[in-house]
Design a protein around this ligand. Structure first.
Ligand code: F6P
Length: 545
């Protein structure tokens, strides 16, 4: 069944939310907290080892009721059924959207074109397991009989961001193999990586759903050429592995079938780390940990699918984000993990969220009359505090922010962890409360300041507060909890796409630049430059010197 095409702005809930926004927009969070002692408890959810506090948002019971009504009016319950059931909800590409099937349990049944894809998923998982174990144990060797020491993942977009983010996030659990990730078509990226590698002991994993992506193929060819400077052609078969839906192209590259991992068109690139696209993850942390990552995601899938919306973490976070995006006009959202391990998390989510919901045509093919996808950005705390938090605290823009932190650190340094987490809690409290003119006055007076001097400085030291945050406090960064965290955001993307009446699972917007780049490459390589606007023309002449 297709997703319904309901313009959210015509729903009763939307109209009521608009009126409710006008009534409540100037209410301060301080006021909401002082009126209700139980607010922190009331607006929080405990699920497995996740504690999600969404009380520091500009919401009341009415806001939530209306947002939940909106979810019903846009047909979210049926949409969720279609999403998990394999309906062709990626309508512009005629595909199902089944990354959830990649973490299904053995014995589950999900059918695509009459085939139970869970069986296929488990066949590929078995292959990932044996391949991974052979590489880690050293049983699988390079062409001179030495065990592999380095692994290079060659891919871009979803074929890079997921693997590199998770490999970094779960570094604590990693083995002896050194991981490298090449993505950019910038030759300096690939050459910088291969310059220190020994071809005898390096395994290359080419990841490309289509196997036609310019960046990935250029990097793979450059590496192949470099490899052939030391080894003969026949060794390509075993020094390279490939993950793709395009088995024909892999064959042309010369990779042995035991090193080839299929994927399916019902998995979108940006949701694919759970498939063999995650081969580098499995190699880096071992198959058991990779499987635990999948298990965590599966638990979140079950939570999302089966929990009433008022207690459903992805639904609640998605709806609150709609509230700011569509009623407050907030254009961006920051995601701030308080762990250095998640340093690539917001870059990963930028693709997931912005490639999915960066759409301006609705599901009926008309231009939308409301805002859609939010701009996502962020860096780990506490570094971000010393970089851009000033603007979140005292700038003119409203930036709803997710704070993600852990009860336990991985290396167990209590002193550091307490300091880190003190900052974590302090920031959300400061963003919420701010500092009033009276408080600033008292503070300055206690420092001995008074009169005109005090009055002059006072306005600069006032913090408005009332800045919304969500706090995700998780027990510990483990493969399992990371899987659940990623799946949480995946489902948030889905919910928002349904509400905004857009197709979240295509990405036509990245095609135009690719097409033009092909033409311009001809202009650069040939003596003649084709027809362009005067700016591009001038730039090309200048570039060609
Ligand atoms: O940037 C567009 C895109 O199609 C992404 O959606 C995808 O993750 C990336 O390119 C890489 O594509 P492929 O895996 O086919 O090389």
């Amino acid at each position: 069944m297709a997703l319904p095409t309901i313009n959210p702005t015509t729903s009763e809930a939307w109209k009521k939310l608009q009126a409710h926004y006008e009534e409540t927009k100037s209410t301060h969070l301080r006021e909401l907290f002082s009126k209700d002692e139980e607010r922190g408890k009331k607006f929080s959810l405990l699920w497995n080892d996740f504690y999600v506090d969404y009380s520091k948002n500009r919401i009341t019971d009415t806001t939530l009721d209306l947002l939940l009504q909106l979810a019903q009016e846009v047909g979210l319950p049926k949409a969720i059924e279609g999403y998990f059931g394999g309906d062709l909800i990626n309508q512009t590409e005629g595909r199902a959207v089944l990354h959830t099937a990649l973490r299904a349990e053995k014995g589950d049944q999900i059918f695509v074109d009459g085939v139970n894809i869970v069986d296929e998923v488990f066949d590929v998982k078995a292959k990932i397991k044996s391949f991974t174990e052979a590489v880690i144990s050293g049983e699988k060797k390079g062409y001179t009989g030495k065990a592999f020491t380095d692994v290079v993942n060659i891919g871009i977009g979803g074929s890079d961001l997921g693997p590199v983010m998770v490999a970094e996030a779960l570094k604590f659990y990693k083995n002896h193999l050194k991981m490298h990730f090449v993505s950019n078509v910038d030759g300096d990226h690939v050459h910088e990586i291969i310059k220190d590698l020994n071809p005898e002991t390096t395994l290359f994993v080419i990841v490309s759903k289509t196997f036609t992506t310019q960046e990935t193929l250029s990097n793979a060819m450059t590496i192949k050429k470099w490899f052939l400077e030391s080894a003969s052609e026949k060794y390509i078969a075993h020094h390279f592995a490939a993950v793709s839906t395009n088995l024909e192209k892999i064959d042309e590259f010369g990779i042995a079938s035991e090193n080839v991992f299929p994927m399916w068109d019902w998995v979108g690139g940006r949701f694919s780390l759970w498939s063999a696209v995650g081969l580098s993850i499995a190699i880096s942390i071992g198959y058991e940990n990779f499987d635990a990552l999948l298990a965590g995601a599966h638990e979140m899938d079950v939570h999302f699918k089966e929990t009433a919306f008022e207690e459903n973490i992805p639904v609640i976070l998605a709806l609150i984000s709609v509230w700011y995006n569509n009623f407050y006009g907030a254009e961006t959202e920051a995601i701030i993990p308080y762990t250095q391990y998640l340093s690539r998390f917001s870059a990963y989510l930028q693709q997931g969220i912005m490639e999915s919901n960066g759409k301006s045509v609705d599901r009926a093919g008309n231009r939308v009359g409301h805002e859609t996808g939010t701009i996502i950005w962020g860096e780990p705390g506490t570094n971000s505090q010393h970089a851009f938090f000033q603007l979140i605290h005292q700038g003119t823009k409203l930036i709803p922010t997710d704070f993600i932190g852990y009860k336990k650190s991985l290396h167990g340094d209590v002193d550091h962890h307490n300091k880190l987490m003190a900052n974590f809690f302090a920031q959300t409290e400061a963003l919420m409360n701010g500092k009033t003119a009276d408080e600033v006055k008292q503070e300055l007076e206690s420092q001995g300041m008074s009169g005109a001097e005090l009055e002059k400085l006072l306005p600069f030291k006032v913090f408005e507060g009332n800045k919304p945050t969500n706090t995700l406090l998780i027990d510990k960064l483990t493969p399992k909890s990371l899987g659940a965290l990623i799946a949480l955001y995946e489902h948030k993307i889905f919910v928002q796409g349904v509400v905004w009446n857009i197709f979240s699972f295509d990405q036509w917007g990245v095609e135009l630049g690719k097409q033009l780049a092909k033409n311009i490459l001809g202009d650069i390589e040939n003596s003649e430059i084709g027809k362009h606007d005067s700016s591009t023309m001038q730039l090309l002449h200048f570039f060609k010197g």
